[in-house]
Design a protein around this ligand. Sequence first.
Ligand SMILES: *[C@@H]1O[C@H](CO)[C@@H](O)[C@H](O)[C@H]1NC(C)=O
Length: 410
Amino acid sequence: MRRAPSSGADFVALLLLLLLLLFLFGRVRCSPEYSLGRSSSPATDSLCALLIRPSGYPCSEHIVETKDGYLLTIQRIPHGRKALKGKPGPPVFLQHGLFQGGDTWFMNSFEESLGFILADSGFDVWVGNVRGTRWSHGHTTLSVYDKAFWDWSWQELAQYDLLAMISYVYSVTNYKVSYIGHSQGTIMALAAFTMPDMVEMIESAALLCPISYLDHITSSFVLRAVFMRLDEMLLSMGIHQLNFRSDMGVQIIDSVCDGHMDCNNLLSSITGENCCFNMSRMAYYLEFEPHPSSTKNLHHLFQMIRKGTFAKYDYGFWGNLLHYRSLHPPAFDLADIPDSLPLWMGYGGKDALADPTDVQHTLEELKSKPELLYIDNYGHIDFILSVKAKDDVYGDLIRFLKSRGCSSSY
Ligand SMILES: *[C@@H]1O[C@H](CO)[C@@H](O)[C@H](O)[C@H]1NC(C)=O
């Protein structure tokens, strides 16, 4: 039950929420901290150099240009710690979630992190990084200071970023790509898999915390932000980039967490209770995350929560007529995903973002019957950072990938 507070109390609560966002998470601002333009990240500030090679894995950086001019960096780990003779194994593509980057797959030890485990299991691992993240902030004509640079939501991430990245991997490896996505990486996939061009490059797909419908979300933090119309407020304030990270922000989070506040609770209020999150690695995670995204993306997600739809961005009456020649934004039809595409889904009973009720809704609309792994005590972050994820999740996920299609012939 949501009670409508008096407007005075509402205003104070709203200010408090903003302060919480601005100071707990860092500052919302246009970030000057990333280099601009066409050049790729300097070798010292790349995912390969910072996280992957130091762990003893081979890694190369690749720049992919999207149809609308964004320059994305994707990483390739062609094999595990032991060099293999001959050609690389089957390609697998990892797509991170909202406010995350490709680093998310490599932040625990090589025995715990999915990216490393896949490389050591014989896969040719490719790592996606969507526009706006630390690893993918280039554009052919725009800079991160331009409002237009941030004029997109997950819809463009599906239609442009994912298509460009998967096409690149497909053309380099000459094999259909196995897809693994988490959270927003699953919205992108489910939207993109309704496109025939996309699906013919995909071997199989494993979705961690799958999201298409969002109207049963239980995250107290997100529900509060939706209720207060944080998205619309930020847009009306002219804030188009959402960057919860800055040196100051990280210092503040560190000092707040350091014995004064249980940051596990802050994380829980956003993502749901995570059973197996290693709190002693928090400072390390915060060296890389959260990554920036666009306010328009947040607005699109909040539209889905408010309306219970899995549809394109709602521009309002005139905007919809202009963009879609219809009063309402067109819905994505999950039944357009061919049932020949093998799907696997992992979801958790404590997940406050990908709620099991919404997962059921997704399943009802799909033509195919995905293989399912339900873990009662897993929250949203457990699926990537749980210290037990290898046994709880990745074993079954890798069994699924290896059982499908041509990958079994390796
Ligand atoms: C948790 O993180 C600490 C600090 O990085 C590490 O020493 C420890 O091994 C981790 N625990 C597990 C179970 O992975």
